[in-house]
Design a binder for this molecule. Structure first.
Ligand SMILES: Nc1nc2c(ncn2[C@@H]2O[C@H](COP(=O)(O)OP(=O)(O)OP(=O)(O)O)[C@@H](O)[C@H]2O)c(=O)[nH]1
Length: 204
C-alpha cells in the first residue's frame, strides 16, 4: 500500500520531542548508512535530507504516516559520527538512548547496517546495549546494489548465524531496487498488525 507521509516535528533537544500520536517505529544506524534514502523510499517522497557527507541528520525527525492506519516513523541521528567532539557525541548518544529506552509508543527499532561492512564496532555496541530494551530491534541491510546478489545472500546468512535479529526473512534493501523497499513496507505493516493483535490479547 502507498504511504501518505508528512514531517510532523523536528526535535533537536529532548524538550522538543512531541507526545506520541500512535505506534512508532524508530530507525537507527551509523552515519551515512542510507537511512534518509531508505525513509524517503518508504514514504515515497523526499522528506528526509540525503547527503553524501556523513552526519547530516542531527535531529530526531517524526514523520506521520497514513496507510489505512496511522503510525509514526522516527528518524534518529546516525550514531558514531567521528567529526563531532566527544561532548557532542555523548549528548547525541544520550538523546538517542533516552528516547529508545523510555518511549512507551515505540513498537520496533530498525537497525540499518550497510551490507558491505556488516556490523562495525558502533553497531556491535548498539546491538549489545539494545538487548536490555523491551522493544524488539530488527536489522535491515542497506546499499545491497553495491554487491552481487550471490555475495548478498552469503553475507546475510553469516550475519544472521552470528545472532542478528530480523524478520523471518532477513531484509536486504537498496534505493536502486524499489521492490526491496516495497517488501520492507509490507513487513512493517504486517508487524504493526501483529503488534496490535498482541496488545488486544494482553488487554483481555
Ligand atoms: N548505491 C546506493 N547508494 C545509496 C543507497 N542508500 C543511500 N545511498 C547513498 O549513500 C549516501 C548517504 O545516504 P543518506 O541516506 O544521506 O544516509 P544517512 O544514513 O541518512 O546519513 P546521515 O545523515 O549521516 O545519518 C548518499 O550519497 C546516498 O545517495 C543505496 O541503497 N544504494
Amino acid at each position: 500500500m502507498r504511504w501518505q507521509a508528512q514531517l510532523r516535528v523536528t526535535a533537536f533537544t529532548p524538550e522538543q520531542i512531541p507526545p506520541a500520536e500512535g505506534p512508532e517505529i524508530a530507525f537507527v544506524g551509523r552515519s551515512n548508512v542510507g537511512k534518509s534514502t531508505l525513509l524517503n523510499g518508504l514514504m515515497g517522497q523526499k522528506l528526509a535530507h540525503v547527503s553524501s557527507k556523513p552526519g547530516k541528520t542531527r535531529s530526531i525527525n517524526f514523520y506521520s504516516v497514513e496507510a489505512g492506519r496511522k503510525f509514526t516513523l522516527v528518524d534518529l541521528p546516525g550514531f558514531g559520527y567521528a567529526a563531532l567532539s566527544r561532548s557532542e557525541r555523548e549528548s547525541w548518544n544520550r538523546l538517542i538512548g533516552d528516547f529508545l529506552s523510555t518511549r512507551g509508543a515505540l513498537r520496533l527499532i530498525v537497525h540499518l547496517v550497510d551490507i558491505r561492512h556488516g556490523l562495525l564496532a558502533k553497531d556491535e555496541d548498539f546491538q549489545e546495549w539494545s538487548r536490555n530494551l523491551e522493544t524488539p530491534v530488527f536489522v535491515v541491510f542497506t546499499k545491497a546494489d553495491k554487491i552481487s546478489s550471490g555475495k548478498r545472500s552469503g553475507l546475510v546468512r553469516q550475519y544472521v548465524s552470528a545472532g542478528l535479529r530480523s524478520w523471518d526473512k532477513p531484509l536486504v534493501c537498496s534505493s536502486q531496487e524499489p521492490k526491496t523497499i516495497e517488501a520492507l513496507r509490507s513487513f512493517i505493516e504486517a508487524f504493526l498488525d501483529r503488534s496490535d493483535g498482541a496488545s488486544e490479547e494482553e488487554g483481555k
